[in-house]
Write a protein that binds this ligand. Structure first.
Ligand SMILES: Nc1ncnc2c1ncn2[C@@H]1O[C@H](COP(=O)(O)OP(=O)(O)OP(=O)(O)O)[C@@H](O)[C@H]1O
Ligand SMILES: [Mg+2]
Length: 144
């Protein structure tokens, strides 16, 4: 699994308690709003972060939500990259986990990861048993 250096990001929120999910969602929401994302994209991005943070809390116990603006040479933000990173148990069956309706939790819908994939422009996931999970998503800022 790749190494993530939290110092390379503009925002890092540690997820450890349930309330950190709300904090991560709110902090990311404020940042992408300031970066000029449309209201609809702000909602999509913060919903995705909430799902990723909830997975960290539920399955790994702790981890990080990281964010950085993607910049052009002139310094203008053109998009955002968000990383959900944990050193938990890893996802046992990755192919299944990306399918709608797959869950290892009773009374859950299993829509988190496939939902995140649909809400964002790019989605990649790395997971290793016993080492953890890294989900990297991004979204371009639409011109308006
Ligand atoms: N960070 C993680 N570490 C370990 N396993 C994970 C992690 N994230 C997801 N999983 C596994 O992948 C499965 C699918 O995740 P997904 O978020 O799509 O659904 P869910 O969390 O089960 O339900 P929902 O998100 O709809 O409440 C989970 O049930 C869990 O087994
Ligand atoms: Mg989930």
């Amino acid at each position: 699994m790749r190494d993530i250096n939290i110092e390379n990001y503009d925002l890092s929120v540690k997820i450890k308690e349930e309330n950190d999910i709300v904090i991560a969602r709110q902090m990311v929401k404020n940042m992408v709003r300031k970066m000029g994302f449309t209201l609809s994209d702000v909602t999509k991005i913060s919903t995705a972060v909430s799902e990723l943070a909830r997975n960290i809390y539920r399955y790994a116990g702790e981890g990080y939500i990281l964010l950085r603006g993607k910049q052009e040479k002139d310094g203008k933000n053109v998009g955002v990259e968000i990383v959900a990173y944990d050193r938990g148990p890893g996802i046992e069956d990755l192919d299944s986990a990306l399918r709608d309706g797959y869950t290892t939790t009773r009374n859950s819908f299993g829509l988190g990861l496939p939902g995140v994939r649909r809400l964002m422009d790019s989605f990649s996931i790395e997971s290793e048993r016993g080492s953890g999970t890294i989900v990297i998503v991004s979204k371009k800022r639409r011109a308006f």
